[in-house]
Design a protein around this ligand. Structure first.
Ligand SMILES: *C/C=C(C)/C=C/C=C(C)/C=C/C1=C(C)CCCC1(C)C
Length: 239
């Protein structure tokens, strides 16, 4: 049982780095949110809330890991349960912020996909169901979200405005490639015995999840910040 971070604990170091990055990102998003045009402020505030919620959980996850050297499964999934839906709202909000007529059904469908994905993963990681089954259920939820973003109602609406379409596609790429880091962590961390790659490797699982959270919360927010900023300065030029 350790109380402090050890120099050999590279997983602990990754928890540490991400926890501090989340705090810094929160300050950045909240501050920058005050300087974009009004219709983008709620979007920027949401990004700040996502990194704030993640930051709080990371402080707990970090301590949990350092003390027990075990996966902080409950903290991790509570964090995801709160932050992923907030990011799904973002998809809906950027359409609204851009003045496009979007229906809230877009958000509700993305939420259903999120819940299926996270419940599958949670049940699998806790061994309530076979980890492989949990993985399959999680994949179904994820694929459904990808479908909605690229082929569903929201993508059709986004295509009506060029600048938004670009942002939508960029966020969509995060949902595909950034999010793919999570199942990679799950496969090589938890399913390794099933694919003949030795024993469960929670070091790999946690480092990979930590990297994924960094990309999918902070980079995701930076993309929105970039669109918001460009959309705001364009308006100033129009005046
Ligand atoms: C801020 C947190 C985010 C964006 C978390 C995203 C989590 C995922 C995309 C998790 C995906 C999973 C699968 C696609 C299958 C296996 C189980 C999961 C839950 C790790």
């Amino acid at each position: 049982m350790e109380y402090f971070l050890q120099s050999t604990d590279y997983v602990g170091v990754s928890f540490w780095l991400v926890s501090v990055a989340m705090v810094a990102a929160t300050v950045f998003f909240l501050y920058e949110g005050m300087h974009v045009k009004e219709s983008w402020r709620v979007s920027m505030l949401l990004m700040g809330l996502v990194t704030l919620i993640a930051g709080i959980h990371y402080y707990y996850m970090r301590d949990y890991w350092i003390a027990s050297q075990e996966s902080p499964i409950v903290y991790r999934y509570i964090d995801w349960l709160l932050t992923v839906p907030l990011q799904m709202i973002e998809f809906y909000l950027i359409l609204v912020a851009a003045g496009l007529a979007a229906r809230s059904g877009i958000f509700w469908r993305l939420l259903v996909g999120t819940l299926v994905m996270l419940l599958g993963g949670y049940a699998g990681e806790n061994n309530w169901i076979h980890p492989t089954l949990g993985f399959v259920i999680g994949m179904v939820g994820w694929i459904y979200i990808v479908y909605e973003v690229f082929r569903g109602e929201s993508s059709v609406i986004a295509s009506k405005k060029d600048s938004i379409n670009k942002a939508f596609k960029a966020l969509g790429l995060i949902i595909v490639f950034g999010w793919a880091i999570y199942p990679i962590g799950y496969i090589f961390g938890l399913l390794s015995p099933m694919i003949g790659m030795g024993t469960v490797n929670i070091n790999f699982l946690n480092v990979t999840y930590n990297l994924a959270d960094f990309v999918n919360k902070i980079l995701f927010g930076l993309i929105i910040w970039d669109v918001a900023r460009k959309d705001s300065s364009k308006d100033l030029q129009d005046v």
